[in-house]
Ligand binder design. Structure first.
Ligand code: BGC
Length: 747
């Protein structure tokens, strides 16, 4: 068979096979459905948690196993390990129709091997690396019998007071959409049904990241246009990447709880987007509609959630208690229930659970994949890529930048601070505390020892705790510092200070940590500050006075090794901020792609009668896209292939980037677009493309971007995606302040 024929065949045969596969599953679903009682149907829509590792209140309600036997539970979350998932599945096999359970889990940034928190990974801007960590997380979880992860969280977050910024990809819709697709692909691998794939879940639908005041679970009020433009794109990208499920959210959106929103779930998701997977409620969010004052009681909540398109009820027990009655009372059409049940059964068939309900719960495979050294290596690589070098000044005394340090310079290094020897903390929120974490997770202390070969040139003082007012450790820290040539100070949040229900109104370093840094700077020794956190913190004194600052977020299992790689120059940092760092909480919400105003801000020193604060500069502390390297990059002139384009014509853009330093390095080349005049006020600029490139010292590369017509379009007032004729400016550079510019007119 010649090549041409092969290509034709693959185009014709494959969709047919796929179609046949869908049709045959549909048939099986229909025939099973026809055998089910109403109660059994409702059981499939009931998801309960096992009684450990939970994120919400649990109703202790007797023997859940018996309910499984009666077919009253369709899915479980929080069941860890192949042995446990298998034994529960055995009970499901005792039910009348032997419908297997779906096991779900929050596998957010790794399962057994813990990768950096999602916000940290986003700082790598490395889509294939993020796909790979999601892949490994899926491989490890699937072997434990997990079929479904509640990830990725794709909520755009522009408010670092909100603790859940750590779970997403930051503030930008374009970057967020690219990452959402990469993560879905990673979790789902070659497709649902493969033994190493788990169903992904795009959450929280929708606009949860815009909770008023950055307070978790709070209301969201925004124009539908803004919803379409800023908050929905990552969900759409997840859908287009084939995501198997969506989770709705706790917040109300413009007065309607998302769980009870037909607009979100029926019109948009299942209608306009034609999504045919499962929509699961968030934990207890069906029942919480009573607290919202949107439903009179649990029964009314069940009615409203089902009518609005929530297929599965996580932990409210509203469906299992009331849906059958609601059908009998003719308040809910059985067709709605059937549709929801079909979505669940379809996935169970697709996963292959009817052929072998235990196929995922495999203790042998679990052990093998859990102990795969390649996973640990990927964790280290991902952690290095996630680190952001915020500042690295040349010190006159050293006649060079503080970083990287030399591992052979025979200098005494003092490691100071409450996070130096921390172990479990490195895993961050939404991870599992495994019993052997103390030997698996690499602390900063251990990482530096591993790098240097021994601890002979290292000294240590804790200085203080992360929280609290106790400064009694400062004296010992000063003494230790006096013996050293260089001080590395490791400070930050507790891992449990960011994550769900972890909103903070003050974003400074907790406790007396900033004071500790001041004490260390007062010694006159060169200081490097490492900041570990799940969100942007506010640390102005440090930013002004410390010559080298490294943002390490929470990096997971390999944190210490990865940080040591960066400190000693075995890895040249390449991370770029996926979220703006404010100078003060008073600037929040703060993001780079704000709308043009009638009185634009001029400069931090000239702020009369323009949009500005009297007591604060407008500029953030660190802009979106910022991140330094141990080398320098120079951007040449920006080239466009034409100065006028028609509506359906892509634009070719290119720029030459040169590594002008002495070290090989990676650079994230970022392209921003400004629509200068339009019928709706547009952002000052928006990210539309990026590429991460590697350059050797002295090497140049021409980076090409193709801007498709969609890049020039936006949602108008009638929610139509349009591109308007007129002038567009294009900027390219290494952060959101990029200055290399070209213009093009859309005809
Ligand atoms: C969170 C979800 C999570 C669920 C299950 C909820 O509290 O909002 O993101 O998936 O709990 O743990």
């Amino acid at each position: 068979m010649n090549f041409f024929r092969l290509v034709i065949l693959s185009f014709t045969v494959f969709p047919c096979t796929l179609f046949a596969q869908h049709a045959s599953i549909d048939k099986k679903v229909d025939s099973l459905l026809s055998l089910m009682t109403l109660e059994e149907k409702v059981g499939q829509l009931n998801q309960l948690s096992s009684d450990f590792a939970v994120t919400g209140p649990i109703t202790k309600d007797g023997d859940k196993q018996d309910r499984v036997r009666q077919g009253k539970i369709g899915s479980y979350l929080n069941v860890t390990g192949a042995a446990r998932t298998r034994s529960l599945q055995e009970i499901a096999m005792q039910s009348r129709l032997r419908i297997p359970l779906l096991f779900a889990q929050d596998v957010i940034h790794g399962y057994r091997t813990i990768f950096p928190i999602p916000l940290a990974e986003a700082a790598s801007w490395d889509l294939s690396a993020m796909e790979q960590t999601a892949r490994i997380a899926a491989v490890e979880a699937a072997a434990s019998g997990i079929h479904w992860t509640f990830a990725p969280m794709v909520d755009i977050a522009r408010d670092p007071r909100w603790g859940r910024v750590m779970e997403g990809a930051g503030e930008d819709s374009y970057l967020g959409s690219s990452i959402a697709a990469a993560r879905v692909k990673g979790f789902q691998g070659k497709g649902i049904g493969n033994i190493d794939a788990v169903m992904a879940c795009a959450k929280h639908f929708a606009a949860y990241g815009a909770a008023e005041g950055g307070r978790d679970y709070n209301s969201v009020d925004m124009s539908v246009r803004k919803l379409y433009e800023v908050y929905l794109p990552p969900f759409k990208a997840a859908k287009e990447a084939g995501v198997a499920s969506f989770m709705n959210s706790f917040n109300d959106l413009n007065g309607i709880p998302a769980t009870g929103s037909s607009f979100l779930q029926r019109k948009l998701l299942k209608g306009d987007w034609n999504f045919n997977g499962i929509v699961v409620s968030d934990w207890g969010s069906v029942g919480e509609m009573v607290n919202h004052g949107f439903a009179t009681d649990l029964k009314d909540a069940a009615l409203k959630a089902m009518a609005a398109g929530s297929d599965m009820d996580m932990e409210s027990r509203a469906y299992v208690a009331h849906l059958a009655d609601l059908v009998k009372e003719k308040k809910i059409d059985i067709l709605l229930i059937n549709d929801a049940v079909k979505r669940v059964l379809y996935k169970k068939f697709e996963l292959g659970l009817f052929e072998d309900p235990y196929r995922f719960s495999d203790e042998k495979r679990e052990q093998a994949v859990w102990n795969n050294p390649a996973h640990v290596q990927v964790a280290r690589e991902m952690a290095r890529k996630s680190i952001v070098l915020l500042k690295n000044e040349k010190l006159p005394a050293l006649n060079q930048a503080v970083l990287p340090l030399s591992s052979s310079a025979n200098k005494k290094i003092a490691l100071i601070g409450p996070l130096v020897k921390a172990i479990g903390e490195n895993n961050g929120f939404w991870s599992y505390a495994w019993p052997d974490d103390s030997s698996r997770v690499v602390s900063l202390w251990q990482g530096v020892i591993n790098k240097l070969g021994n601890a002979s040139s290292l000294i240590y003082a804790k200085g203080c705790e992360i929280t609290g007012a106790d400064t009694s450790g400062f004296a010992a820290a000063r003494k230790t510092a006096a013996l050293a040539d260089i001080l590395i100070v490791s400070v930050g949040e507790l891992a449990t200070m960011s994550g769900e229900a972890k909103s903070r109104s003050q974003l400074q370093l907790p406790g007396v940590q900033e004071q500790l840094v001041k004490e260390m700077v007062a010694t006159g020794k060169p200081v490097v500050v490492l900041i570990s956190a799940g969100r942007p913190l506010v640390f102005n004194w440090i930013a002004d006075h410390v010559p080298a600052i490294v943002y390490t977020w929470w990096l997971g299992t390999q944190a210490g090794n990865a940080i040591a790689d960066v400190l000693f120059g075995d890895y040249n940092p390449s991370g770029k901020l996926p979220i703006t760092f404010p100078r003060s909480e008073g600037q929040i919400p703060i993001y780079y792609n704000y709308l043009s105003t009638g009185r634009p801000f001029k400069s931090d020193t000239d702020n009369t009668y323009v949009t500005a604060y009297k007591d604060l500069p407008n500029s953030p502390r660190y802009v979106f896209g910022h991140g330094l390297s141990y080398t320098t990059f120079q951007y040449g002139a920006l080239q466009v292939n034409t100065s006028t384009i028609s509506k359906d014509q892509p634009l070719q853009v290119s720029i030459t980037v040169t590594n002008t330093g002495n070290t090989a390095g990676d650079e994230v080349v970022q392209l921003y677009l400004q629509d200068v005049v339009s019928s709706i006020v547009r952002p000052v600029r928006e990210l539309k493309a990026f590429e991460k490139i590697s350059l050797k010292p002295g090497q140049s590369k021409v980076v090409h971007f193709t801007l498709e017509p969609s890049a020039f379009s936006y949602y108008n007032d009638s929610l139509a995606l349009i591109a308007e004729p007129g002038l567009f400016h294009i900027y390219i550079g290494g952060d959101s302040q990029a200055t290399q510019k070209a213009s093009v007119t859309l005809l």
